[in-house]
Design a protein around this ligand. Structure first.
Ligand SMILES: [Ca+2]
Ligand SMILES: [Ca+2]
Ligand SMILES: [Ca+2]
Length: 242
């Protein structure tokens, strides 16, 4: 004979766990986009570093140029960061959220723009868009993907990129680390190839051409919700046991 005193509470517990799972992973999932000039967002920083012009700043240019060998030996490394994307504001990702997807939309310039693309490595040191140079940041000599300037692993490898707007699916690794409290220094974008890549920066005159980050996340369930669901489950079990 089936022992309902065990089966019923177990069934209720399973239903509650399933409901919590659905509630936390489906109903509460949200997506936010960050693009300068859209929905009041203005937090993008982008620039590039030049090995040859090692004291020059390029943070206010309307393009970011990336190349493993511009004019033979000159490396150009891109930098990109979206500030103020985590927090308790209306258009911010709550800290502690689970990041379920991240995409980056970039517009590649026509003419000489299409090129070998870049790898996006999480930066570990701070930089200022207006003053960063090859020499003055990241311990000098540009960004080394050595675990000190930036991680050796990368969230995105674009491969060759054609002209126009392209959306790339990124690993969520860095966004998750930032959601969990690591400081967001953005990404360095060194290139593996000598076919230079030119993308529109956050200073481009057309907002829709500027770098755009799209993040889908699930907020951490609040302690109140967990307590309420747990209490309800306990009450149901006690009733069935009577
Ligand atoms: Ca810029
Ligand atoms: Ca080149
Ligand atoms: Ca360095």
């Amino acid at each position: 004979m089936t022992n309902f005193r065990i089966v019923l509470p177990a069934t209720i517990a399973m239903i509650v766990v399933f409901a919590m799972h659905v509630a936390s992973h489906t109903a509460l999932a949200d997506t936010i986009t960050f693009q300068d000039g859209v929905e009041s967002y203005t937090g993008t920083a982008d620039a590039y570093l030049s090995e040859t012009n090692s004291d020059s700043t390029y943070g206010s240019e309307v393009t970011v140029t990336i190349d493993a060998n511009d004019n033979y030996n000159n490396r150009l490394e891109g930098l990109l960061r979206f500030d103020n994307i985590f927090g308790s504001g209306a258009r911010q990702i709550p800290l502690g959220s689970t990041i379920t997807s991240a995409t980056l939309t970039l517009t590649t310039d026509g003419g000489a723009g299409p090129g070998d693309g870049a790898r996006f490595h999480r930066l570990l040191q701070s930089w200022n868009e207006g003053s960063v140079t090859w020499n003055n940041s990241f311990g000098g000599n540009g960004v080394d993907t050595n675990g000190t300037d930036a991680l050796s692993s990368y969230d995105l490898d674009t491969g060759y990129v054609e002209e126009g707007e392209r959306t790339f699916t990124m690993a969520t690794t860095s966004l998750q680390a930032w959601s969990d409290g690591a400081t967001n220094h953005g990404w360095a974008m060194p290139s593996l190839g000598g076919n230079g890549w030119i993308i529109d920066s956050s200073e481009d005159g057309t907002a829709s051409c500027r770098p755009k980050l799209t993040v889908t996340y699930v907020p951490e369930p609040s302690a109140f919700v967990l307590l309420a669901v747990g209490g309800l489950a306990l009450l149901l079990v006690r009733r069935w046991r009577k």
